[in-house]
Design a protein around this ligand. Structure first.
Ligand code: SF4
Ligand code: SF4
Length: 101
C-alpha cells in the first residue's frame, strides 16, 4: 500500500484543526471543484484533532488533478491555503495534461 499524501502545510489558520500551519486532523477529504478544497475545514476557536498527528489526504474527488488516481492523492505531500474565494484550497492541484487512456 502506498503512503497517504501528507498535508505538509496549511495556511488556513482559522480552521479548528490548524496550529502553526500544521493540520492535526488524522486525514482530510478534498472535493472535486475546479479549485479543489479541503472539506474537513471548520472555522472556530476550539482547537481540535490530535496535536501529535499530521494529517494525510484520506480521499480526493478531484479526478482532473495530475496527482489523482482512483480518487486518492499520490502527490506525496500537499499544501492547503487561501486561493481566490476559497478558504482552504489544495494549492498542490495541477490540472491533468493528458487524458487517461
Ligand atoms: S483547512 Fe483542512 S488542511 Fe487546513 S487545518 Fe483545516 S482540516 Fe486541515
Ligand atoms: S494534489 Fe491533487 S489529488 Fe492531491 S489532494 Fe490536491 S487536488 Fe487532490
Amino acid at each position: 500500500m502506498e503512503e497517504m499524501a501528507k498535508v505538509i502545510t496549511c495556511k488556513t489558520t482559522e480552521c479548528v484543526y490548524n496550529t502553526e500551519h500544521k493540520c492535526h486532523a488524522l486525514a482530510i477529504s478534498v472535493s472535486s471543484a475546479s479549485n479543489p478544497v479541503c472539506q474537513t475545514f471548520v472555522a472556530g476557536e476550539h482547537k481540535s484533532g490530535d496535536p501529535h498527528a499530521i494529517a494525510g489526504v484520506g480521499a480526493c474527488h478531484a479526478e482532473s488533478c495530475e496527482y489523482n488516481r482512483d480518487r486518492m492523492c499520490y502527490a506525496g505531500s500537499v499544501d492547503v491555503g487561501h486561493k481566490d474565494q476559497e478558504e482552504a484550497a489544495c494549492l498542490t492541484f495541477e490540472a491533468r495534461v493528458h487524458a487517461e487512456i
